[in-house]
Design a protein around this ligand. Structure first.
Ligand code: B3K
Ligand code: ZN
Length: 874
C-alpha cells in the first residue's frame, strides 16, 4: 500500500488556523458497488456555498482514489485532481456534484476507509478515512443527510448494512443484490459506515422511556452467536442508564453493532451502525475473563453514549476531540462504577492513568487535552485526550456538584444539539447552569504536563487549628518561567485522628487556585493525619511527607477506598524505590515488619473490606508507574526490587495466602458479577504470590487450577502465574502453555492472550520467545490485535524491552519499519514504546537513539510514525 510520505505531505495543522468551510454539503447520495475487481463509488453531493465565507473554489479531500468522472448538475466539468485534493473552480452557489471513483478495499491494509477483513467489507472513517472512499469535505463541521445503496454478491455477502434505516432492497440478475439505507440525522462523514458480509445476527429490542421501540442487532462472524448475549445485555443496560442518569433517550429506530477481527482500535460509534473490535463484543465464560466482561460493558456503553456526546453534538474540528472523548469516557466510567464496583473502578482508572497518561504527559508526546497542533490526528487518540480528558470532566462535576453538572449537560444539549462545537461551548453550558466561573479552569484544556501539588501540614495547639499549605508546580507549562499559570485544582481532603477516626466536619473540597495557598481547619485538638486528594479529585502528583505509620493508619482506616488504597501504594512505592537503590549499590533490600503486618491485616479483613478491594491493595504499583518516579531508571534494579518485595510478602504471609486461596473458591456457577469477580481476583492474587516462593507445590497448584478451571479468568490467571516462573525447567509452565494453545488455537481472542502472556513474561528469554512467536502460525502480522498482544505488550515489558544491550529497541525498530507502510496507525503506536527513552542511562539511551534514528531515516516513512519518532528524538 502507498501512504503519504512525510517529506512531501506532512504539514503541521494548527488550531489557530481553523476557518469554517467554504461549502456545505446538505445531502449525500452514495452508490457503492462491491466487486472482485474493485469497488466503485458514485457520490452525488448537494453543495451549497457558505455565504458567510469569502468565495472560494471547492477543494475536496481524497486519498488513493482512482477518479473515473466528475460532473456538475449532470454536465462534465473541468477539475484538477492531485493525489489528495480535487479542485473545481467554477460552480454555481448550489449544485449537485457527482463523482465516480474506483477503490481497492482488498488491498487496503491500513484499515482506514473501506477494507476487507476475512469474509466481509467494513469501514473505519474516524478521523479521516472517508476521503479514502470518495472525494469529500472530510471535516467534522460539515454535516449531511446520507442515503446509501450497497451492491454486492448475494451468496458471499448476504448482509448489507449502512447507517440509519433500511428503505429498499432487491436483487440484480447477475447474482448480486442491493440495499438502500437512509440516515435521517445530519452527520459528519467520520460517522459514516457500511458493512457487507456473511454474518450471524443476534436481535433484540429496547423500549425507551417515552415508549419508542428500538431494534437492536449484533452481527458477528458465523458461529459466534453464543458469544453475543453479554454485549447485548450491556447495550440494553447502557440505554437504560443514560435515560436515568442523564435523561438521554435513544433517537434511532435501528441500533446495530458489527464485530470485526481486524480493527485498529477498540470500537467506533458510527451513527446507528457501531463497528467493534471482536475483543469488545465476544464473550463466554470459558473464553473471556472477568476483566474482558467488564471491558465489554464499558466499551459498548462508551460507543452508545457517543450517540449523544459525539454524534448529536459533535466536534468543530479534531483539536476538540476531548469534547466527545473525555466526556464519553467519564460517562462510561460512571456507568461501569454503577454496574460493577465503584471502589475498585476508581482505583483501576487511576492505575491506568498513572501507567499510561502520566508518562505520556512527561514525555515527548505530551500535549494538552486539547492539542494545539498535530501532523497526524490519529496520533492524538491518546490517554491524555481520553483519560485525562475524563478527569477534567470529573473535576467539573466535583467543582459544581452532581446536580449542577446534570443541569449543565441539559443546557449543553439544549444549546448545541445538531451542531459541531468546541470545548469552550461545553464549559460555557456548565458555567451557565452552575454560575461557576471556569475561566481559570480552562487552563486544563490548554497546558500539558501533570501538575505536582506539595502539601505541608501545621498544627497549632494554642489556636487549636491545623493549616494545610498547598503549593502547585507544573513542570510542562510552556510559560512557567515568566508567566506563572496555576491551575484551579479541586482537592478533596479529610482529617483523621491518631486513632484512625475521621474528624467530624473535616471533609472538604479545597479549591487550590494560587501557586501557594493555605487552608485552615479550626477546633482541632491534636495533630491530625490529613488524607489528601480523596477519590483522586484531580489528575496530579500529590506530595506530603507522611510517615510510614501515618500511611499504615490511612490504609487501615480511611473510609475513602481510593485513598486507603493509595496509602498502601505510597508505602509500597517507597519500599521498592529504596530497595532498587540498595540493589543497585549492591546492598540487600530492607523490608519493615510493619508493611508485612499491614498486608496481613488486609488479608484478615477481606470479608469486611471486600475481596476486590483487597486484591487491588495487595497489587504493588507497576514497574512503569514506579519508573516515572526515578531520576534515572534502572529497570533491572527496579524489577529485582519489586519482585523481591513480592517474594518477601509471599514468604511471610504464605499461610494467609494459602488459607484465603482455599477459602475463596467460588462454588456457584460462573457469573461475571462484581462479587464473584472480586473473589476470583483476590484468589488469583494469592496464587500468584504463592508462586513467588518458588515451591514446586504451588506450581502444581497453579497447574491444577489451570486444568480444572471452568472459566477463562481462573484458567488464564494460572497460566499467567506459570508463564512468569523463571526457574528452569518448569514442566508445569511448558505444559500449560502448550495445552492452552492446543485447546484454543481456533479462538482468535484467546490466542491473543496466549501471545500476550508470553510477551509480558519476566523471563530473561522473553525477547527470543517473542521473536520466535512472530513466525508462529498463531501470529498474523496484518492483524492489529495480534500485533498489540505480542509486540506492543513487549514494548511495555519494562525490564525486557529496555534490555541493556539494546536488543529490545532493535527488535521494536524492525517491527515498526516492517509495519509502517502497511498500517501506519498501528506502527505509530508501536513507536510510542520509545517515549520514555531519555529516562534511562546513557548506555541504553545510545541504543534507543540508534533505533529511533534508524526508523526516522527510513525513506518514505509514514507521517504517523515520523511525528512520533521525531518528537522522541527532538
Ligand atoms: N471514536 C473512536 C476512535 C477512532 C480512532 C481513530 N483513529 C472510538 C471511540 O473513542 O469511541
Ligand atoms: Zn470514544
Amino acid at each position: 500500500m502507498k501512504t503519504d510520505t512525510a517529506a512531501t505531505t506532512a504539514p503541521t495543522i494548527r488550531l489557530q488556523d481553523y476557518t469554517p468551510p467554504a461549502w456545505w454539503i446538505d445531502t449525500v447520495n452514495l452508490d457503492i458497488v462491491i466487486a472482485d475487481t474493485g469497488t466503485t463509488v458514485t457520490a452525488r453531493l448537494a453543495l451549497r456555498r457558505n455565504a458567510d465565507q469569502p468565495r472560494q473554489p471547492l477543494v475536496l479531500d481524497g486519498a488513493e482514489l482512482d477518479t473515473l468522472s466528475v460532473t456538475v448538475d449532470g454536465q462534465p466539468t473541468p477539475f484538477l485532481a492531485t493525489p489528495d485534493t480535487l479542485t473545481v473552480e467554477q460552480l454555481p452557489d448550489t449544485c449537485t456534484l457527482t463523482t465516480v471513483v474506483r477503490i481497492q478495499p482488498d488491498q487496503n491494509t491500513c484499515l482506514s476507509g473501506l477494507y476487507r477483513s476475512k469474509d466481509g467489507y467494513f469501514t473505519q472513517c474516524e478521523a479521516q478515512g472517508f476521503r479514502r472512499i470518495t472525494w469529500f469535505l472530510d471535516r467534522p463541521d460539515v454535516m449531511s443527510v446520507y442515503t446509501v445503496t450497497l451492491h454486492a454478491d448475494k451468496a458471499r455477502f448476504p448482509v448489507l448494512l449502512a447507517n440509519g434505516n433500511p428503505v429498499a432492497a432487491g436483487e440484480h440478475t447477475d447474482g448480486t443484490h442491493w440495499a438502500t439505507w437512509q440516515d435521517p440525522f445530519k452527520k459528519p462523514c467520520y460517522l459514516f459506515a457500511v458493512v457487507a458480509g456473511k454474518l450471524d445476527v443476534l436481535k433484540d429490542t429496547f423500549r425507551t422511556a417515552s415508549g419508542r421501540e428500538v431494534q437492536l442487532a449484533i452481527y458477528v462472524e458465523p458461529g459466534k452467536l453464543d458469544q453475543c448475549p453479554h454485549a447485548m445485555a450491556a447495550l440494553k443496560k447502557s440505554m437504560q442508564w443514560d435515560e436515568e442518569r442523564f435523561g438521554l433517550e435513544c433517537d434511532l429506530d435501528h441500533y446495530m453493532i458489527v464485530a470485526v477481527g481486524d480493527f485498529n482500535m477498540g470500537a467506533m460509534e458510527n451513527k446507528g451502525l457501531n463497528i467493534f473490535n471482536t475483543k469488545y463484543v465476544l464473550a463466554r465464560p470459558d473464553v473471556a475473563t472477568d476483566v474482558d466482561f467488564e471491558n465489554i460493558d464499558r466499551v459498548v456503553a462508551h460507543e452508545y453514549f457517543h450517540n449523544w456526546t459525539g454524534n448529536r453534538v459533535t466536534c468543530r474540528e479534531w483539536f476538540q476531540l476531548s469534547l466527545k472523548e473525555g466526556l464519553t469516557v467519564f460517562r462510561d466510567q460512571e456507568f461501569g462504577a454503577d454496574l460493577h464496583n465503584r471502589q475498585t473502578a476508581r482505583i483501576r482508572e487511576v492505575r491506568t492513568l498513572r501507567a499510561a497518561q502520566f508518562p505520556e504527559d512527561a514525555g515527548p508526546m505530551a500535549h494538552p487535552i486539547r492539542p494545539e497542533s498535530y501532523i497526524e490526528i490519529n496520533n492524538f487518540y491518546t490517554a491524555t485526550v481520553y483519560e485525562k480528558g475524563a478527569e477534567v470532566i470529573r473535576m467539573i462535576q466535583t467543582l459544581i456538584g452532581r446536580d449542577a453538572f446534570r443541569a449543565g449537560m441539559d443546557e449543553y444539549f439544549r444549546r448545541h444539539d445538531g451542531q459541531a462545537v468546541t470545548c469552550e461551548d461545553f464549559v460555557a453550558a456548565m458555567a451557565a447552569a452552575s454560575g461557576f466561573d471556569f475561566s481559570q479552569f480552562m487552563r486544563w484544556y490548554k497546558q500539558p504536563g501533570t501538575p505536582r501539588v506539595t502539601v505541608d501540614g501545621h498544627f497549632d495547639a494554642e489556636s487549636r487549628s491545623y493549616t494545610l499549605t498547598c503549593t502547585q508546580t507544573n513542570p510542562k507549562a510552556s510559560d512557567a518561567a515568566n508567566n506563572p499559570a496555576p491551575y484551579l485544582i479541586p482537592l478533596r481532603v479529610a482529617l483523621f485522628s491518631e486513632a484512625g477516626t475521621l474528624l467530624p466536619g473535616s471533609e472538604r473540597t479545597l479549591h487550590l487556585s494560587a501557586h501557594s495557598q493555605s487552608f485552615v481547619f479550626d477546633h482541632i485538638d491534636a495533630e491530625p493525619i490529613p488524607s489528601l486528594l480523596r477519590d483522586f479529585s484531580a489528575p496530579v502528583y500529590l506530595d506530603f511527607d507522611y510517615t510510614p505509620d501515618q500511611l499504615t493508619l490511612l490504609l487501615a482506616h480511611e473510609s475513602d477506598p481510593f485513598n486507603a488504597w493509595d496509602a498502601g501504594q505510597r508505602l509500597a512505592t517507597r519500599l521498592i524505590l529504596d530497595a532498587a537503590e540498595a540493589i543497585a549499590a549492591g546492598r540487600a533490600p530492607h523490608w519493615p515488619e510493619a508493611f508485612v503486618a499491614a498486608c496481613r491485616r488486609l488479608l484478615q479483613t477481606q470479608a469486611e473490606r471486600g475481596s476486590a478491594f483487597v486484591a487491588e491493595a495487595l497489587t504493588l504499583p507497576g514497574e512503569g508507574t514506579l519508573a516515572e518516579l526515578m531520576p534515572v531508571v534502572d529497570p533491572d534494579a527496579l524489577h529485582a526490587a519489586r519482585n523481591a518485595l513480592r517474594r518477601h510478602l509471599a514468604e511471610q504471609l504464605e499461610g494467609e495466602f494459602a488459607g484465603l486461596y482455599a477459602a475463596l473458591t467460588v462454588a456457584e456457577p460462573y457469573a461475571p458479577s462484581a462479587e464473584q469477580a472480586g473473589r476470583r481476583a483476590l484468589r488469583n492474587v494469592c496464587l500468584a504470590y504463592l508462586l513467588e516462593t518458588d515451591a514446586d507445590a504451588y506450581r502444581q497448584l497453579a497447574a491444577t487450577q489451570f486444568r480444572t478451571a471452568d472459566n477463562m479468568t481462573d484458567q488464564f490467571a494460572a497460566l499467567a502465574a506459570l508463564a512468569n516462573v523463571t526457574t528452569d525447567p518448569c514442566p508445569q509452565r511448558e505444559q500449560a502453555l502448550a495445552d492452552f494453545y492446543t485447546r484454543w488455537q481456533h479462538e482468535a481472542l484467546v490466542v491473543d492472550k496466549w501471545l500476550q502472556v508470553q510477551s509480558t513474561s519476566r523471563r530473561a528469554d522473553t525477547l527470543s520467545t517473542v521473536r520466535a512467536l512472530t513466525a508462529h502460525p498463531a501470529f498474523d502480522a496484518g492483524n492489529p490485535n495480534k500485533i498489540y498482544a505480542l509486540i506492543r505488550a513487549f514494548g511495555a515489558n519494562l525490564v525486557r524491552f529496555h534490555a541493556a544491550d539494546g536488543s529490545g529497541y532493535a527488535f521494536m525498530a524492525e517491527r515498526v519499519l516492517d509495519l509502517q507502510d502497511k498500517n501506519p496507525q498501528v506502527a505509530s503506536r508501536l513507536a510510542r514504546s520509545f517515549d520514555r527513552w531519555k529516562q534511562f542511562d546513557t548506555g541504553r539511551q545510545a541504543h534507543a537513539r540508534a533505533a529511533l534514528e534508524r526508523i526516522c531515516n527510513h525513506p518514505g516513512l509514514a507521517r504517523d510514525v515520523l511525528e512520533v519518532v521525531s518528537r522522541a528524538l527532538g
